[in-house]
Design a protein around this ligand. Structure first.
Ligand SMILES: Nc1ncnc2c1ncn2[C@@H]1O[C@H](COP(=O)(O)OP(=O)(O)O)[C@@H](O)[C@H]1O
Ligand SMILES: O=C(O)C1=C[C@@H](OP(=O)(O)O)[C@@H](O)[C@H](O)C1
Ligand SMILES: [Mg+2]
Length: 167
């Protein structure tokens, strides 16, 4: 058993929103690793970062992703930083990976002032610029499909990805 597809991309790329819509369109289950991590840790992501630190979060993320890749048969959306971990990138090598790309301006608009992303709690625009510059090559290195999302509605993107995965 393995996921139908795994979604990667920056915070604000739409992994959670589009991944869930694609799962609904294909009639398969949806899971988001951020939710799986919160369930395993028994606390929200900002608390994990605050109490345990980013390294502990990444280790838990790698373990949750490894389990989901072995057991879960649906659409799996990852957190935006999952690909920073070399072990996680190695796990993705044999998977169908959809990279939702987004440029800075749309990413900033989408994450807005929303809470729940501890890395973007202070100066979100500058932080997102740094994250995007650092991570773009890593997203590209694990991607089997790259889908641009700038200026597009989630429904349109989900239709394109669902059609791609149906073939
Ligand atoms: N293509 C899009 N256009 C406009 N808003 C979007 C788009 N994709 C997602 N959003 C909105 O942006 C926010 C972040 O989306 P989310 O799916 O949580 O992204 P991610 O999981 O990649 O961080 C949500 O409020 C969502 O409704
Ligand atoms: O970019 C990151 O490092 C993170 C992105 C978040 O997921 P989203 O990309 O779904 O916002 C979440 O995993 C955590 O806050 C760390
Ligand atoms: Mg998400």
């Amino acid at each position: 058993m393995a996921p139908v597809a795994v979604f990667v991309g920056s915070p604000g790329a739409g992994k959670t929103t589009v991944g869930s819509a694609v799962a609904a369109a294909l009639g398969v289950p949806f899971a988001d690793t951020d939710e799986l991590i919160e369930a395993r840790a028994g606390k929200p992501i900002p608390e994990i970062f605050f109490d345990d630190g980013e390294d502990a979060f990444r280790a838990m993320e790698r373990s949750v992703i490894a389990d989901a890749l072995a057991e879960f048969d649906g659409i799996l959306s990852l957190g935006g930083g999952a690909i920073l971990d070399e072990g996680t990138r190695a796990l993705l090598a044999s998977q169908n990976v959809v990279y939702l790309s987004v440029e800075l301006s749309d990413a900033v608009k989408r994450v807005g002032l929303g809470s729940g992303r501890p890395l973007l709690a202070v100066n979100p625009r500058a932080t997102l610029k740094y994250l995007l510059d650092q991570r773009r090559p890593l997203y590209a290195s694990v991607a089997t499909h790259t889908i641009g999302t700038d200026g597009r509605e989630p429904e349109e993107i989900a239709d394109e990805v669902a059609a791609l995965l149906k073939v």
